[in-house]
Design a protein around this ligand. Structure first.
Ligand code: GDP
Ligand code: ZN
Length: 372
């Protein structure tokens, strides 16, 4: 077991620290355009109300400037993985965040119970490992759902078929079934338990790259992280009192991988898994699933279709209408996850990035520093 502190940015190796944290031309260009040489770049590694954990700058904690506190709302506020421009005042142990850079990628989730307000689950991840398990019936629909969420985020999807030690004979068929729905996406069979083929993931976890994990609970995400990190993920740990004696207990959610790369692991990402959970819906509504077997149409939605056995059961008093309502509500939440594709937001990203390019090109004509 390694004894290194995976939370210590000094353990990130000999690379330029910002680069090893995932900094690159996309953010360097925005920093140049900001024209604030007094500000340094840092990456958000954790958040709690009013306070952010930072990597890459002198201060481990930061807070929004007064202006940003007023200006930014909801998903515009820094999220784990975001790059920000900060000042590090001598007199305080907290950095001040003056600017949030445009995101290269964003995994978005529409939080249940908050209308359709999007929540950034992880910003600027390069890849998401979609973890599935070889010891269960493979559900290509679920893989598709995760694939579309990852494509929508702008990051690269990689499907990991874990627990191959439990089904040594079925692996080839399962890989083929995944490949059939994933169109050219890498499918990597591994065993977190035995370590078999784990090295094949290195390709997707290179230095300076940020990867997240998604997948239903029980497929082995934590085991996989432990195997790759060589030590268990750190539980929530206080990162010290600040100068005003406030106790801060944010959890570091960006974790350095020995040998390069970062894992991002936020509660929102885990909830993404819960929402898409393995037949969780069928399991908790087994009665409705059983009744649905007698509906006239195999894909009956139990919403006014002819000869619907579920609605007949409500009519006869056999099924509580409130139960059917909550089933429909859960289905709607799942649909909201699927709807995460947001062409407008995607177009805005592309436009902004184009504007950055254009402005930079214009400035490069006059600013010799920017000429390459
Ligand atoms: P998570 O909910 O996705 O984080 O899943 P966990 O990492 O907690 O794993 C769920 C269960 O699967 C645990 O009992 C693990 O020991 C087991 N498990 C994880 N990976 C493997 C594997 O590659 N092979 C086998 N046989 N069991 C595994
Ligand atoms: Zn029906």
């Amino acid at each position: 077991m390694r004894t290194l502190d995976p939370l210590d940015p000094l353990d990130l190796g000999s690379l330029d620290p910002l680069e090893s944290l995932g900094f690159g031309p996309f953010f360097a260009a925005q920093h140049a355009l900001l024209d604030r040489p007094d500000l340094v770049c840092a990456r958000v590694a954790g958040e709690s109300p009013g306070c952010y954990q930072l990597l890459g700058c002198r201060n481990r904690l930061g807070e929004l400037s007064g202006r940003l506190r007023h200006q930014l709302t909801g998903p515009e506020r820094p999220a784990v993985g975001d790059w920000v421009a900060v000042s590090c005042p001598e007199a305080s142990d907290r950095a001040v965040i003056h600017h949030v850079f445009d995101r290269r990628t964003a995994m978005v989730r529409r939080a249940a119970g908050t209308g359709d307000r999007p929540q950034i689950v992880a910003a600027n991840a390069d890849a998401f490992l979609i973890v599935t398990s070889a010891n269960r019936d493979l559900n290509p629909r679920r893989v598709e759902r995760y694939l579309s969420a990852v494509w929508d985020s702008g990051a690269e999807p990689v499907v990991v078929l874990n627990k191959i030690d439990l089904a040594p004979d079925g692996v080839a068929a399962m890989v083929a079934a995944i490949e059939a729905v994933s169109q050219g996406v890498a499918v990597v069979p591994v065993s977190a338990a035995t370590g078999e083929n784990i090295g094949a993931l290195d390709l997707h976890l290179g230095r300076g790259r940020t990867a997240g994990l998604v997948g239903s609970s029980g497929v082995g995400k934590s085991s996989l992280v432990n195997r790759i990190l060589g030590c268990p993920l750190q539980p929530a740990a206080p990162i010290g009192d600040d100068d005003r004696g406030r106790h801060t207990t944010t959890r570091r959610e960006l974790i350095a991988i020995p040998g390069g790369g970062l894992f991002v692991d936020t509660p929102g990402m885990r909830e993404l898994g819960l929402l898409d959970d393995d037949g969780g819906l069928e399991a908790s509504f087994a009665d409705i699933a059983a009744l649905a077997g007698s509906c006239r149409f195999r894909d009956c939605a139990h919403q006014g279709e002819p000869r619907c056995a579920v609605e007949a059961a409500v009519a006869s008093g056999q099924l509580d209408p409130a139960r059917l309502a909550s089933y429909h509500k859960l289905l709607r939440e799942l649909a909201a996850v699927e709807r995460r594709r947001d062409p407008l937001a995607q177009a805005r990203y592309r436009q902004r990035w184009k504007a950055v390019h254009t402005a930079l090109r214009r400035r490069a004509r006059t600013d010799p520093k920017l000429r390459s």
